[in-house]
Design a protein around this ligand. Structure first.
Ligand code: NDP
Length: 255
């Protein structure tokens, strides 16, 4: 197979969680452009219907299902209904602020862990279980540079912890399933322009300037710049990669 053909997902089915906007939507579009039938999921039926409609109108093959990744039973049920997929992108996530020492609200911490860590666990376990039955598949989780560093300007201690847990889950699952045909990898983005970072990038110029000062490339990333790495990890071009966490942060973690 030629090098460019290795990036093709023609004839494959690829599911993305949190696909209604931002990085998840860019991933769905990249996977569709590579030839996959894409399965868009999130909690918002109206957004999904619109996005899937736009993709179909653009000539891609798409369907959508409402899925809250904090719901383990619902995730298992969708995985059983769809059967073994070729690619699953565990992207859904939320960000909340609070220092480790001063956050008294466990419910807030649990909310973050339930979405960011348990959401990835439910997704990888349910769809990965189906893949193991088929003896093939690729899972890509969206972690964060915050899973590797404390990322001081943000004071998001438990967001950081949730992403560190995702990175280690990916390393562990990657090793566990390495001999069974299922690869598990993650991308750790730096600052990417989405709804999640709008509170700083758009609404807080001082914070945005601080982020850019800490980023050697001096700019935020675009969702498409993460989606291209997800496509690589999902494709057979990454056939020797599992348990890896790939950083894409404009150099943020170099300093
Ligand atoms: P957005 O806020 O733009 O999108 C988040 C997506 O996740 C939405 O589609 C949302 O859909 C979905 N979602 C949230 N909670 C759930 C849930 N319980 N079940 C299913 N879907 C859910 O964020 P981004 O695109 O920026 O972030 C995507 C991922 O990338 C996240 O994991 C984030 O932590 C990570 N990341 C982002 C960075 C950035 O700078 N933007 C940097 C590093 C990592 P809905 O609410 O409709 O369900």
């Amino acid at each position: 197979m030629g090098i460019l053909e290795q990036f093709s997902l023609k004839g494959q089915r690829a599911l993305v969680t949190g696909a209604s906007q931002g990085i998840g939507l860019a991933c769905a579009q990249a996977l569709a452009e590579a030839g996959a039938h894409v399965i868009l999921t999130s909690r918002d039926a109206a957004m999904l219907a619109q996005v899937a409609g736009d993709m179909t109108a653009a000539g891609h093959s798409a369907e959508w299902h409402v899925l809250d990744v904090t719901d383990s039973a619902a995730t298992d049920a969708l995985a059983a209904k769809l059967g073994p997929l070729d690619v699953v992108v565990a992207n859904a996530g939320i960000a909340r602020s609070g220092t480790a020492a001063e956050t008294a609200d466990d419910a807030l911490v649990q909310d973050v862990m339930n979405t960011n860590f348990f959401g990835v666990l439910h997704t990888a376990r349910a769809f990965g279980g189906q893949m193991l039955g088929a003896g093939k598949g690729a899972i890509v989780a969206i972690g964060s540079i915050s899973g590797e560093i404390s990322n001081r300007p943000q004071n998001q201690s438990y967001y950081n912890a949730s992403k560190a847990a995702v990175h280690h889950l990916v390393r562990s699952m990657g090793a566990e399933w390495a001999g069974r045909g299922v690869r598990v990898n993650a991308v750790a983005p730096g600052y990417i322009e989405t709804q999640m970072t709008k509170y700083a990038m758009v609404d807080d110029p001082v914070m945005a300037a601080k982020w850019m000062e800490l980023t050697p490339m001096a700019r935020a990333g675009q969702p498409e710049e993460i989606a291209s790495i997800v496509l690589f990890l999902a494709s057979s071009a990454a056939s020797y990669m599992t348990g890896s966490v790939v950083t894409a942060d404009g150099g943020y973690t170099c300093w």
